[in-house]
Design a protein around this ligand. Structure first.
Ligand code: FE
Length: 246
């Protein structure tokens, strides 16, 4: 970006955020939601704009996800989003707020598209690594009850999650979210995530090709089924469910 256009870009971010004042930068999104009766964003995380440590060893997810895939995915892709974001927000008010606040302040704003893409991808990958574990786990009693209420069975939920992940056209994400008190499975494209619509993501599966191509080539379904049946971290999803229900 040329220095002149970059200066103009930074100024527009500064005016947009500082003018609105702190968290009031979400006011636009909140007003838009009022029209369709969506709840205000419920943030249960306050993440720094820095790459978090992986919650397991790089080879812990094999054979479903190899150490090589985890290495590239974490050290190149995930780290890269934080590096790019840092450059984009340097010297602006967005540099000093949480990652979640950057996502909300840039969602749906064409002038902040690059900021949103990198901030959302950084956030989505934070949750992706938390959503995986080599240890077998199960939903808490409270989450299991909500699954029974909204999906009837755990198998039905897993089937819906698989369909959303496999069926997402192109790059994107498949999520289990709590939306207005109800568990839902949703898919999003590219960097999009459910935060700005007021839903609380409980877990997510990355279906960008970089998540599986080294291991499974084009067989996304093999990767998705392996993740759902062998790697999903239900303890973490249960903690998030408890946090939003509190
Ligand atoms: Fe990814």
């Amino acid at each position: 970006m040329h220095s002149e256009s970059r200066r103009g870009f930074i100024q527009s971010v500064g005016v947009g955020v500082a003018g609105a004042g702190g968290l009031a930068m979400m006011a636009g999104a909140t007003a838009a939601r009022a029209a369709d009766d969506k709840p205000a964003p419920r943030l249960i995380d306050k993440s720094p704009q820095t790459l978090p440590a992986l919650p397991f060893a790089p080879d812990a997810l094999a054979p479903v996800i190899s150490a090589r895939t985890v290495d590239f995915h974490y050290n190149k892709h995930h780290a890269g989003y934080f590096t790019n974001l840092g450059k984009l927000v340097a010297g602006t008010p967005l540099a000093t707020v949480s990652l979640e606040e950057v996502v909300l302040a840039s969602a749906g704003n064409p002038e902040r598209r690059a900021i949103f893409n990198n901030a959302a991808q950084a956030w989505n990958h934070n949750l992706y690594w938390q959503s995986l574990s080599p240890r077998v786990s199960a939903p808490s009693a409270a989450l299991a009850a909500a699954i029974a209420r909204d999906f009837q069975t755990q198998a039905a939920l897993e089937s819906e999650l698989s369909k959303a992940a496999v069926g997402q056209f192109g790059s994107g994400w498949a999520w289990l979210v709590l939306d207005a008190g109800k568990l839902k499975v949703v898919a999003t494209s590219n960097a999009e995530n459910p935060l700005a619509s007021g839903a609380v993501p409980l877990l997510v599966i990355d279906v960008w090709e970089h998540a599986y191509y080294l291991d499974e080539q084009n067989r996304r379904v093999d990767y998705v089924e392996g993740v759902i049946h062998k790697l999903l971290n239900w303890e973490n999803a249960s903690r998030r469910f408890a946090a939003v229900a509190a």
